[in-house]
Design a protein around this ligand. Structure first.
Ligand SMILES: Nc1ncnc2c1ncn2[C@@H]1O[C@H](COP(=O)(O)OP(=O)(O)OP(=O)(O)O)[C@@H](O)[C@H]1O
Length: 730
């Protein structure tokens, strides 16, 4: 069937409009975001002092050392080859040769020593803790549940699922009884079907039979657009035999007009992001909730984190006005105390369901399932006790001095994709700007497209690195297409923000890299939960600097175990890549076991990065913006983590290097200015662009409805300037 939007879809589905209907001018503002603290402020503080005293090695003078002679002095690179591989890449700014004082072009300076003046890498005190673990599968099948036979056959033949998971076994009967529920079970344990199956079972037998024109019988609220699409697809599959029930999705970034028209035609199961639904409640007259019998909040804690509380209250009021008796369900892998407030206002005499067990060695996990009645507190296993993480997930940490972060990430990515097969990796960054910048940088430097004058033996990767990016500052059509591409791909890397941390079921992901550590334990658990889903194996790598090493103790105190991976072993993968043999050593011991060789190659790689970044003033500007966004997001760690992540413990010169910048940007760098002035300078960098109270908005922007008021003239101007730098169409 063709929709009113001209798209071919399942005969009874209501789907979002396609790319061509994308509203012009939509662009969520994208700023650093954190789930926790929403204020950016600098603290002149004793805490920092204490930290410095405790870790004197971390205090490295800001003053730049004279640059030592380099193994590679490169010629000025020419204009980059046209177009990066793949879609969705903002075109990097065109390169103009840098000029010297006399206006002539000058060769680039090579990289200063990467391996000198770094803080010592502390020993990771590995306290082995017993992680909270859950048994995923049960031996019970869906046909034991007295479901409609067509629903059972759809689960087995379309979804190819036979046995229930623990959370499904516990939740489905409760919901079929008509009870409200608060459900917590680990990432990738099948929560979508835990609510989807009873929802479809109850609606297909509704009398009188549901009509499309009846409007919504169920509302499913989720925090992100990608999760909305994914949940829609699962519900759509379950509805295959019940063609008279129409699912539909409303989310930011789509054309409001076509959504209105789909609402008018009728959507019986409405999946939406809260902001967008509120927009329709306010503006779409034909939207009513007279028949709503189900309200489901998936990733309930995240919905609160994002400041959607007001939106959820507005939705609850609108739905309550409908008057129909209703079942309510809240779900997440990390239901925290904060959810009780939401539970208080949305649940009636709920059953709390928590799947938690302790692994008892090879003879199988002991399962502890709790179902408490009428208690609106979070189910057992809250943040203080530690969240359950998948048993098959191997968690690692690597401690890397700031200067070496970029080359270490590059070496890790290269190692997994050039020398191993079938890897699929998600790398988390703390801001959209960093995602864009690193994506462009890696495509250019790692993807076998070396600059003229680069190492002569450069060879492209045997196959191009499928490197994608996903964040909230991208147009919706691009977001959707990247999400689908990565979903289907067998290998590749996705650089993203936390927009991809929640709920996304990305099959075959083998590695999660947290290049910027998350701001909360819950986010850590959700990020790593994109791998090792539903009993499969997976790995994660957390990248910390020496001053952040204490984060490992923080994780251990919440029953999370990480294994240390040595930076040197990550860098050693460069030994297998002849593209980074320096010209001075090329014919000597390029493959020797000499540990210095890996350092030399890391230096060559860093030089490649720096040359690319310094190939034009626009590129330098782009790197600075990425650095600035990193520092801004660094300042938003919650107070409880400030002793580990404090902006004052950053060595700006070293951090700049990890953005391919040879020096810290001038307004950050002047080591001669007195402390008070220095503080002022850093404060400038952290200054919020639009005044007080904007951070909560920034945090939410990635998830916004896309229907924000038209940008002001000033904002439009800024956007155009930004687009020019990023090469995206304005
Ligand atoms: N009973 C089952 N047997 C096998 N696979 C299942 C079963 N139930 C669900 N799955 C599959 O497990 C995967 C994860 O399910 P789902 O996305 O619902 O997990 P989740 O608990 O919601 O995860 P998260 O907390 O990350 O959102 C999906 O691919 C789903 O199809």
């Amino acid at each position: 069937m063709e929709t009113e939007d001209g798209l071919l879809i399942n005969a009874h589905s209501s789907v979002p409009p396609g790319p061509s209907q994308h509203p012009k001018g939509w662009k969520a503002r994208c700023k650093p975001r954190r789930g926790g603290e929403k204020k950016v402020r600098l603290r002149g503080n004793g805490q920092t002092m204490k930290r410095k005293l405790e870790q004197p090695q971390e205090v490295v003078p800001l003053k730049q050392k004279p640059v030592s002679p380099s193994p590679q002095t490169k010629q000025l690179p020419k204009k980059p080859k046209s177009g990066f591989k793949g879609s969705g890449q903002p075109t990097p700014p065109s390169k103009k040769p840098l000029t010297d004082a006399n206006g002539g072009s000058r060769p680039f300076v090579k990289t200063s020593s990467l391996f000198k003046n770094n803080p010592e890498i502390p020993d990771i005190q590995r306290t082995s803790v017993k992680q909270v673990q859950e048994k995923i599968f049960t031996s019970d099948s869906f046909d034991q549940l007295r479901l409609h036979p067509h629903l059972v056959s759809t689960i087995t033949s379309v979804l190819k699922i036979s046995n229930m998971t623990s959370v499904q076994k516990q939740t489905i009967p409760v919901l079929l009884e008509g009870r409200d529920a608060l459900v917590r079970s680990q990432t990738g344990s099948g929560k979508t079907l835990a609510y989807g199956v009873p929802l479809v079972q109850s609606l297909q037998r509704a009398e009188p039979k549901i009509q499309r024109s009846d409007g919504p019988y169920a509302l499913v609220l989720v925090p992100t657009r990608e999760l909305a699409l994914q949940s829609f697809e699962t519900i759509q599959k379950l509805l295959k035999p019940f063609t008279w029930i129409v699912p539909g999705v409303l989310m930011g970034g789509e054309k409001k007009k076509s959504e209105k028209s789909r609402i008018r035609k009728g959507i019986n199961i409405l999946i939406a992001t809260p902001g967008r639904l509120v927009d329709h409640i306010n503006a779409t007259k034909c939207l009513h909730f007279r028949r709503v019998r189900w309200l489901i909040l998936d990733e309930a804690d995240r919905i609160l984190d994002l400041g959607f509380e007001k939106a959820v209250t507005a939705i609850l009021n609108a739905v309550n006005a409908g008057g129909e008796k209703r079942q309510n369900v809240l779900l997440s892998a990390t239901l925290t105390e904060g959810v009780s407030r939401l539970a208080d206002i949305s649940l009636q005499n709920p059953v709390s369901i928590s799947v938690a067990g302790e692994s008892q060695g090879s003879d199988g996990a002991h399962l502890r399932v709790t179902a408490r009645e009428g208690d609106v507190g979070p189910p057992t296993s809250v943040e203080g006790e530690g969240f359950a993480v998948p048993e098959e997930l191997q968690q690692n940490v690597v401690v890397v001095p700031s200067k070496l972060r970029l080359v270490t990430l590059a070496a890790f990515v290269l190692g997994k994709f050039k020398f191993e097969k079938r890897n699929k990796m998600v790398v988390f960054f703390s801001s959209c700007e960093q995602v864009d910048f690193h994506h462009a940088l890696f495509r250019k430097v790692l993807d076998g497209d070396p600059e003229p004058g680069g190492p002569k033996q450069s060879q492209p990767l045997s196959s191009p690195l499928a490197l994608l990016r996903l964040h909230g500052d991208m147009k919706q059509e691009e977001r959707t297409s990247v999400f689908q591409d990565f979903l289907r791909s067998k290998e590749g890397v996705l650089f993203c923000t936390d927009v991809a941390a929640r709920g996304l079921d990305l099959p075959r992901v083998t590695w999660i890299v947290q290049y910027n550590p998350p701001a909360s334990l819950a986010e850590y658990v959700h990020r790593i939960g994109r791998t090792a889903r539903i009993g499969s194996r997976g790995n994660s790598l957390l990248v910390l600097t020496p001053s952040e090493a204490e984060y490992v103790t923080f994780l251990a105190s919440h029953k999370i175990n990480v294994l240390e991976m040595k930076m040197e072993s990550v860098l050693s993968s460069l030994m297998k890549d002849d593209r980074f043999v320096g010209s001075h050593w090329r014919n000597k011991n390029a493959h020797s076991a000499d540990p210095q060789e890996a350092h030399r190659r890391a230096t060559v790689l860093q030089t490649e990065f720096e040359n690319y970044v310094h190939s034009s003033p626009e590129m330098v500007q782009w790197a600075k913006k990425a650095l600035q966004s990193f520092i801004r997001s660094y300042a938003t760690y919650p107070a409880s983590l400030k002793h580990i992540f404090h902006v004052r413990s950053l060595h700006l010169g070293h951090v700049a290097k990890s953005f391919g910048l040879r020096d810290a940007p001038r307004n950050l760098r002047d080591s001669t200015i007195p402390d008070r002035r220095k503080k002022q300078k850093r404060h400038d960098l952290l200054k919020k662009p639009h005044g007080k109270g904007r951070l909560a908005k920034m945090l939410q922007s990635e998830y916004s409805s896309g229907l924000d008021p038209a940008p002001s003239k000033v904002r439009r101007k800024k956007k155009v300037a930004k687009d020019r730098i990023q090469g995206t169409p304005s």
